[in-house]
Write a protein of this length. Structure first.
Length: 413
């Protein structure tokens, strides 16, 4: 029976160390990385007044929504799209290797028009219901479009009145195609031909689905963050993380000895759980996010320090190791909960009122604090409880307790 606590403790230690060694690198490498870590493209757009549309707050908010839809449908990795001032929009595209293609889509006004031979615009992009790229049996790339009910009626009237004549389909004033109408088309569907490849057809379909921009926008700045700068930021982040965690490990071992070793094992479990949750949430890790992780590790250590200090006080008061451990955790819980709750509230405020990297920092900090509470209250307690029950070490000094006289651990019932 006396071996059971030791066997359970060894089993938990083996699992923690084994999982940490096997999954730390794959998990860290699989998490999405922001522009500051992996490089990419930074674009600044500015709204421009025209005779057709003036820039205002509502128009710029609609531009942001349309840009979000365009970028997301292009499949770009976790972009950051946010307003800056009254007329500007900042777009960051992490990992974009060919920024020119993305920029070409972002900068398009996407004003779709159907004109007869007299130049009259009969249909526009507002009459569209859907647009999808496709490849025909003859390997021709085209965009299949579907009209709304009202648009379908307009298109039927247009084709009925122009049998034998051409209808021009224009995007931003440029003719995409001008097919000849052979017969009335009443099904509310049509195709736009002329795409050189399927990717071009896909980009056109994205533009049509996202809708036309309410105002004209100009690209006033394009900055590419190369892999060298991104790798340098990543290397510095990894170095800072390693130094920070290493310093914490050494501190805990020097001041709390065996208890510090238990705390370090809990920290290893904490790091794995945090990375797994970030991966599960498909989060994007940025430099501020790394800072949040490092800060939350400090919070995790703080919880263990509170527990161990209360544990030492109880031992000095003459309690057995087992009783001191139980009392130490109970006394520390309220303090740990209150301090972590205030941090979680601060992280929530940053998340709901912040933007971009600030929200990334808030997410990693908030998650880190919650997970650190879990590992400190449950995992550290479990391992320390079984270590004391195994009676491998009965001298309080092994647990970091400095006594003028030795406190003996009595019988545990």
């Amino acid at each position: 029976m006396k071996q059971n606590p030791l066997l359970k403790l060894l089993a938990v230690i083996i699992v923690i160390v084994g999982v940490f060694a096997a999954f730390i690198a794959p998990l860290a490498g699989s998490i999405r990385q922001g522009l500051d870590l992996q490089g990419g493209t930074h674009v600044v757009l500015e709204g421009v007044d025209t005779e057709q549309a003036q820039v205002n707050d509502d128009a710029m908010n609609r531009v942001v929504k349309i840009m979000e839809k365009r970028v997301n449908e292009l499949g770009l990795t976790e972009p950051i799209i946010q307003r800056e001032g009254e007329r500007r929009i900042i777009i960051e595209l992490p990992g974009v290797k060919d920024p020119d293609k993305a920029i070409a889509v972002l900068g398009k006004t996407a004003m779709l028009e159907f004109k007869d031979e007299e130049g009259n615009t009969v249909l526009s992009g507002t009459d569209l219901k859907d647009a999808r790229e496709q490849t025909t049996q003859n390997n021709q790339n085209e965009v299949a479009i579907e009209f709304t009910d009202e648009g379908a009626q307009k298109f039927a009237d247009l084709t009925s009145a122009n049998v034998g004549r051409t209808i021009a389909i224009l995007l931003d004033g440029e003719v995409l195609t001008a097919p000849r109408v052979n017969e009335p088309i009443t099904g509310g569907k049509a195709v736009i031909t002329g795409s050189r490849n399927l990717e071009e057809a896909h980009n056109l379909a994205v533009l049509l689905r996202s809708g036309a921009l309410p105002v004209k926008v100009d690209i006033i700045e394009t900055r590419t963050v190369g892999p060298t700068l991104g790798q340098d930021s990543k290397d510095k982040s990894v170095f800072a993380f390693t130094v920070g965690v290493g310093a914490i490990f050494v501190f805990m071992l020097l001041f709390y000895r065996v208890s510090g070793l238990i705390a370090n094992l809990s920290l290893m479990a904490y790091v794995i759980i945090l990375l797994f949750v970030l991966k599960l949430l498909d989060a994007t890790l940025t430099l501020p996010g790394v800072a949040g992780i490092i800060l939350s590790i400090g919070m995790a250590v703080d919880a263990n320090v509170l527990i161990f200090e209360h544990f030492k006080e109880e031992v000095k008061a003459g309690k057995t190791l087992r009783m001191a451990m139980d009392s130490g955790f109970k006394r520390a819980f309220t303090t740990i909960f209150d301090s972590n709750l205030t941090t979680i509230i601060a992280a929530a405020v940053l998340f709901f009122f912040g933007t971009g990297p600030i929200r990334g920092f808030a997410i990693t900090l908030g998650l880190g604090v919650v997970i650190s509470m879990f590992t400190a209250i449950t995992l550290t307690q479990f391992m320390l409880k079984h270590l004391i029950a195994a009676r491998l070490f009965t001298d309080p000094r092994i647990y970091g307790v400095s006594l003028s006289h030795k406190a003996k651990d009595g019988d545990m019932k």
